[in-house]
Design a protein around this ligand. Structure first.
Ligand code: 5CA
Length: 156
């Protein structure tokens, strides 16, 4: 197992979540790649996106079918603006690189929001630490494990 994958599985275990990881040699770097590899709808893929709002990292667990409206996210975070985090900021906030960033298991719990459209799917898939690994999850598990508030922050 790669270092980052092992690290995520251990962190999930510590949080009380036994994750079932699936690896795909063809890669799961983007939501589209992951949906194609798994054979599911892109809306079932959870993108673990990091933004910076008011100088703090904010985690936006976003359906693969949606884009984040940064004005809505800023409002939720109680700030006037939010911007996408740089690759370095993502790594600092989550301990993982873009393309494999998992939705929980970070060094510190981040302010987090979960796209309410994810509630419309019984089964979800999220990154497990590396750009070739995903795990099966549910919106309820993500809310508990990440502490996210369910919200509407998608672009319409
Ligand atoms: N493993 C997949 C599916 S779970 C995954 O991690 N998808 S993702 O959407 O969460 O990660 C890719 C996202 O990283 C892109 O949607 C984009 O928002 C962000 N990203 C990609 N390149 C950059 C970059 N250079 N700077 C900041 N964000 C980036």
């Amino acid at each position: 197992m790669s270092g980052a994958l092992e690290r995520f599985v251990q962190a999930a275990r510590v949080l009380g979540h036994a994750v079932e990881v699936r690896r795909f040699p063809q890669g799961t770097k983007t939501a589209q790649d992951a949906a194609r590899a798994i054979g599911c709808e892109v809306g079932q893929i959870v993108k673990s996106l990091v933004f910076v709002a008011g100088g703090r990292p904010v985690l936006a667990l976003t359906s693969g079918a949606n884009l984040v409206d940064t004005a809505k996210l800023a409002r939720l975070a109680g700030t006037s603006e939010a911007r996408r985090a740089s690759p370095e900021e993502v790594r600092r906030a989550t301990g993982f690189a873009i393309g494999g960033t998992p939705p929980f298991g970070h060094p510190e719990r981040l302010m987090a929001f979960l796209d309410r459209d994810l509630l419309g799917h019984e089964v979800l898939w999220a990154a497990a630490g590396t750009p070739d690994a995903v795990f099966r999850t549910t919106a309820a598990e993500l809310v508990v494990a990440s502490g996210a508030s369910v919200a509407d922050f998608k672009q319409t």
